[in-house]
Ligand binder design. Sequence first.
Ligand code: SAH
Length: 355
Amino acid sequence: MVNEKYLFRYLIDKLYRDNYLREDEIVFLLENVKLYGNDYLIQKADETRRRVYGDRVFMRGLIEISNYCKRQCRYCGISALNPKVHRYRLTKEEILASCDKGYGLGFRTFVLQGGEDSQFTDDLLTDLIYEIKERYPDAAVTLSLGERSFQSYRKLLGAGADRYLLRHETASRELYESMHINSSYDARLEALRNLKRLGYQVGAGFMVGIPKQTKADLAQDLLFLKELDPEMVGLGPFIPHRDTIYRDEEPGSLEDTLTMLALTRLFLPYALLPSTTALASIDENGRELGLKAGANVVMPNLSPVHIRDDYSLYDGKVSSGYEAGEHRKSLEKRICQAGYKVDMSKGDHIRWKSN
Ligand code: SAH
């Protein structure tokens, strides 16, 4: 036992130093973290984030542009499989009005996220991106609109998009295939590689606590990220949605999510790592605990208030209070109380060095 405790700490120190561990070493940490606790791991993750980005927490304004989706992700509340969703699609004017509100509040990154909605054609999106970049040349545009072709990603980049978020969801092919109908693991990874190749700042990421997910699967997520080397990583707990086949499953836990956040920070010291809404949705203090475990980005919601509840990816998704862009000041207070400070700049990845 004494040896195991020693090994546990030794591996955390090794990860802190090398930003890498083998699969069996990660699995060992995951198997023993309940017994020995994740305090030391979290402390090392926080030290790493402070060394690279200091105590800054970057803010992004999230605009949920459409909940129409042609994909059939079995866990997702807005999947095409769910006939009960009230579907909406924001107009160009509504999206620009959301950006305008966000810009006034100080946001310098707009994240346009949505389901895979074929009405959002390349022409429509390029027109929209041009317009946003023309109005707010000092702001970044991040897209999160699922899988599109190489040509499409190229056009959107040409129009001025800076970043693209596309979680890999899980690095286990088997698990990925069991969670999606008519979607291919290879196509997802190909899309991520295309985004990288084109020169976007890319965000990958995964869910923690997916039913049947093993510790080896989670280790693979970290190794996959290490290899892809994305600029951003979105990770949060899996949370069941009442209209999906996972309705009776347990959500991913706070502790497991914090452990994976801290490990991700140590594997990718330079990553921009949001403390996600899903984490804030499973625990009142989730947002702050995520920051303390190595996260350094927060994405408050700037979508028009009347549609926020319709973008229901999972049950209990928080969309008001501190999650809302309008309450930036109270969120700022909480971030300061947690020991960090808000940075409203565009907040590019260190490799881009434009701030
Ligand atoms: N259509 C875009 C955006 C998807 S929604 C895309 O495909 O990338 C953003 C993220 O929400 C997803 O990548 C997924 O990881 C997360 N999500 C969806 N359903 C969820 C659930 N039930 N629990 C936790 N996270 C979920």
